[in-house]
Design a binder for this molecule. Structure first.
Ligand SMILES: Nc1nc2c(ncn2[C@@H]2O[C@H](COP(=O)(O)OP(=O)(O)OP(=O)(O)O)[C@@H](O)[C@H]2O)c(=O)[nH]1
Ligand SMILES: [Mg+2]
Length: 248
């Protein structure tokens, strides 16, 4: 899906047009089956919202104040209940999710990010919309360093592991803007640049990258729709990879 469209959808959420809702939140059975029992890992810079994401997945409110997560803190397996249209609820089981703080020492320590990601099927990298607009994915900067780290980590991950980026705190950006259309255009441009960077940096593992989704852990409405979107994107990217492999 073109980036501009994805961004624009987030803003449409605010308008909450009833007609589009059904289309937005539908997750097909194939995708639900695929996600069922998947193991996810959540990594990213400090205070990006990793604990908030895990809280939302467990239907809890997000932590108000930021407390640095201790290294290698384990989070028990939990079932994710996703509410779809027609009041339909689906269960997704996330097994052995491990949470970890975001400092670079955590990343590079032996019991750091690698041990977290090692047996995950899907790795969620959480960054903020501020990281995106401040272009922290450019060479030498924090997000880029993490992407470089991911590239070197790829051969040590589970074969076929997928990487998805969550761009959090979109609510802050929405609050501080009035012209949503120009904001959407700006963000779309940045998203395009980010995607290009990620694919270049991850080479030759770029097919593991399933894209980036704008999200807000704080705003439940945006969270709910964005997470459905992210799950669907991961699944369709996976599907595309499998199809491409078959053709080859
Ligand atoms: N405005 C806004 N604030 C958020 C959002 N998500 C998280 N926060 C806040 O950001 C702070 C950090 O969130 P955490 O989830 O603890 O971040 P973390 O990534 O687990 O941080 P470390 O464990 O230290 O790496 C908290 O104060 C949250 O309330 C969001 O979507 N919007
Ligand atoms: Mg944390």
């Amino acid at each position: 899906m073109p980036a501009a469209l994805t961004v624009f959808r987030v803003f449409l959420l605010l308008a909450a047009s009833p007609g589009i809702e059904k289309h937005f939140v539908r997750l097909l059975k194939g995708a639900r089956d695929w996600w069922s029992g998947k193991k996810i890992a959540v990594i990213g810079p400090t205070a990006s919202g990793k604990d908030s994401f895990l809280a939302r997945l467990q239907n809890r409110e997000i932590p108000e104040v930021h407390s640095n997560s201790p290294m290698g803190e384990k989070v028990r397996s939990f079932r994710v209940k996703l509410t779809l249209s027609n009041h339909q609820v689906i269960d997704i089981t996330c097994k052995g999710v491990i949470n970890i703080g975001g400092e670079t020492d955590y990343r590079d320590a032996p019991s750091g990010w690698l041990s977290v990601c090692a047996d995950a099927d899907v790795v969620f990298y959480v960054m903020t919309v501020n990281d995106l607009s401040k272009k922290r994915y450019l060479k030498g900067r924090r997000i880029r360093q993490d992407l470089d780290w991911l590239q070197t980590a790829m051969p040590h991950l589970k074969p076929g592991a997928l990487i998805h980026i969550l761009i959090n705190k979109i609510d802050e950006e929405i609050e501080s803007h009035i012209d949503y259309r120009s904001l959407a255009e700006e963000l779309a441009e940045e998203l395009g640049a980010l995607n290009t960077t990620v694919k270049n940096v991850l080479h030759p593992y770029e097919s593991s990258y399933t894209g980036a989704t704008l999200i807000s852990m704080k705003n439940k409405q945006i969270y709910t729709r964005a997470v459905n979107d992210a799950l669907r994107s991961v699944y369709s990217a996976f599907h595309g990879t499998v199809k491409r492999k078959k053709v080859e």
